[in-house]
Design a protein around this ligand. Structure first.
Ligand code: GAL
Length: 666
């Protein structure tokens, strides 16, 4: 750890700026205004390749030198980006083989961004070359404190290319993984529908098949493409480490991005950053079962739990997926919100203005969930091209927009950095995500909706949650919850058993342990190698269309399952809840054995009731909270948040609409 990678004493703020979009005479003024508004950092240059290298090998550094000097003079620290999110036209026309292919086999053209194939050898060469040039020029500049690699890997469905260089490299990757093609045929179950290959060279990316793709084929393509992104970034990181010592390296990950294994890609970074757009997020990822009422209620604030979910993933990401928040596990490396919405966005079907107070609330929440820096997107609204409908801290005419007033008013010192004391871990795994979503079996559910249901239930009880990799060290957690880890290997099962023997309580959701690492199901039934630990075998699984539901009865009352209901044969466990009516009548819906519990029905109420029962006696306090009221703890403080547009009476106090309070806790 170097100075630039250490956490500041309290939350700091910044913004994303684009000096190349405005006349030079603005630069010094903007930098001074930023500093005056309390912004200490600026992120720049992620889309500036065409201005920095107008033709191959002819660099124009002059303007960026001056822009960096302007920030430096104002005392604003610079986060520079590698340039690779936007290869310029001269490069693409000279090497059209850099362009990626979509799932329909069509070339994705020049004219927006992210138009490259991670596997392209010629692009890799240019990526290293231009990264080296940037690092040589600015790597030791006193104003430059860190780097962002590229911009939002995977944005606009770009984590996988379905032709060209990726398609050409896939067979070789498979050969390295399986050595002989018979092994691949076995792992993929290719005897089914006569899909067996006689050599690796016969294998193409999974696309354009007459009907459903083989999920094992999809799984390996996802793994392959993920490894390409990791390799692509690693090449840049190696150059930056050498040429820009003492600076941090991060990447700005995205909301609910599924296209690659974030643990693999984050592995070489100092910490993870992510881009938080609460209102766009609500339009695209409303929690399962929620309808227009939820979207309307939170239309101007975003949904607190969806945002918290992403914070809780990214907080743990750069430490190999281990939870960082537990006291005693060392200093957390911090997390940044690299782009924070501060007005309306432009990319959702509807783009409402945020409620008064929302920008401050988002900032406070980011701090409470582990952010050391929140950087607003963007300083001034764009007056050109694709994002003219998007807001900034300044309006198009350079007057201060509403968000900036909220930012100025924040007392940053009330947000000390330090650990998030989570004692509950939610287990997460991108391979399970890929498998689950390839064969959802119930259209209303997905890996994320199942994860969000469990996370939201915990958050509604006031519980702080670390989202960690499914193979993370769980020692020290009171409870580990695996909502949707459908891929469970023998090794993973053994790790969980060890954690349970060490005193961790384990709760599994439906479909846990359904699949083997290759993507097939366990021939001895589900949950495969977990059946001894959980004391059950899967009996039936039922996919519930929106007009069907399934009643569940048990110690905390009756609940309705939607979307999914699975039942178990007891092999050592005890029944806790059973189904009433329908084809599962009388069968077991929830079972417990020792420190383990398995929940087979998708019902938000049931999940909340069972988690409350499991948490009682663990020392983790639960506080059932009213709708839109949330508690989060960090560094000895508690943040109380009211996300409702109306005041709420709670525990003898009045919480003002869209507001927060920071309290010191024991
Ligand atoms: C992000 C992206 C930014 C900008 C922003 C608009 O996804 O990184 O460059 O496009 O969205 O909300």
């Amino acid at each position: 750890m170097t100075d630039a990678t250490a956490s500041p004493p309290h939350l700091l703020l910044g913004s994303c700026d684009y000096p190349e979009h405005v006349p030079r005479d603005r630069w010094a003024r903007y930098a001074a205004q930023q500093r005056d508004a309390g912004l200490r950092f600026v992120r720049i240059a992620e889309f500036a390749w065409s201005r920095l290298e107008p033709s191959q090998g002819h660099y124009d550094w002059n303007w960026l030198d001056q822009a960096i000097e302007a920030y430096h003079a104002a005392g604003v620290k610079v986060v520079l980006c590698t340039l690779t999110a936007t290869p310029p036209a001269w490069l693409i026309r000279a090497h059209p083989e850099i362009l990626p292919y979509d799932e329909q086999g069509r070339v994705r053209e020049f004219g927006s961004r992210r138009h490259y194939d991670f596997a392209s050898p010629v692009y890799r060469e240019h990526s290293r070359r231009v990264t080296l040039a940037m690092a040589l020029r600015y790597g030791r500049h006193p104003a430059v404190v860190g780097w962002q690699t590229d911009n939002e890997f995977g944005c606009h469905a770009t984590s996988r290319s379905y032709g060209g260089a990726s398609a050409a490299a896939f067979p070789e990757w498979l050969r390295r993984r399986y050595s002989v093609v018979e092994r691949l045929n076995d792992a993929w179950g290719n005897v089914f529908w006569s899909m067996e290959y006689a050599s690796f060279d016969q294998i193409r990316p999974p696309m354009l098949t007459v009907t459903e793709l083989n999920p094992s084929h999809v799984l390996d393509y996802a793994r392959f493409c993920s490894s390409l992104i990791a390799e692509f970034q690693r090449e840049q990181v190696e150059i930056l480490r050498e040429m820009s010592p003492g600076r941090f390296i991060t990447h700005n990950f995205m909301i609910f991005e599924s296209g690659f294994d974030h643990y693999e890609v984050a592995a070489g970074l100092d910490f993870a950053s992510w881009d938080n757009y609460p209102l766009g997020m609500l339009e695209q990822f409303a929690p399962s079962g929620s309808g227009e009422d939820v979207k309307t209620h939170y239309a101007r604030t975003g949904h607190p739990d969806l945002i918290a979910f992403n914070h809780d993933i990214y907080r743990s990401l750069a430490a190999g997926g281990e939870g960082l928040g537990r006291e005693g596990r060392g200093t957390p490396p911090g997390m940044w919100v690299m782009e924070q919405q501060c007005g309306q966005v432009n990319w959702a079907p509807y783009n409402p203005l945020p409620e008064d107070g929302a920008v401050a609330l988002w900032t406070a929440q980011a701090w409470a969930h582990g952010a050391d820096v929140v950087s607003y997107f963007r300083w001034r609204a764009a007056t050109m091209a694709q994002e003219v409908m998007h807001s900034g801290l300044l309006r198009h005419d350079e007057t201060e927009d509403r968000g900036l007033a909220e930012v100025r008013a924040l007392d940053q010192a009330q947000f000390p950095t330090g650990p998030v004391p989570a004692r509950v871990a939610l287990l997460h795994d991108y391979e399970s995500l890929w498998l689950y979503d390839q064969q959802k079996h119930a259209a209303s559910l997905s890996y994320w909706t199942q994860m969000v249901a469990y996370h939201g239930a915990l958050r509604s009880l006031g519980v702080d949650v670390d989202i960690v990799h499914a193979d993370a060290d769980l020692s020290g957690y009171a409870v580990a919850v695996a909502p949707a880890v459908t891929l469970v290997s023998e090794i993973r099962a053994a790790r969980w058993a060890q954690a349970v023997n060490g005193g961790v309580k384990l709760v599994c959701g439906p479909r846990t342990g359904f699949r083997m690492p290759g993507g097939q199901t366990w021939a001895e039934g589900q949950p495969g190698p977990l059946s001894g630990l959980l004391g059950v075998k899967l009996l039936q699984f039922d996919s519930l269309r929106p007009t069907l539901s399934q009643t569940v009865h048990g110690s905390s009352g009756d609940f309705e399952a939607h979307g999914w209901a699975e039942s178990y044969r007891l092999e050592g466990a005890e029944a806790r809840y059973t189904y009433g009516g329908g084809p599962l009548d009388g069968q077991v819906a929830v079972a417990s054995q020792g420190h383990t519990t398995v929940i087979g029905a998708h019902s938000v109420g049931l999940i909340r009731a069972v988690l409350t029962e499991v948490l009682s006696g663990t020392g983790v306090p639960t506080t059932p909270l009213p709708e839109g009221v949330r508690l989060s703890r960090r560094a000895g403080r508690t943040l109380i948040q009211n996300w409702n547009a109306e005041p709420i009476q709670w525990q003898g106090r009045t919480l003002a609409p869209v507001s927060f309070e920071v309290m010191t806790h024991a």
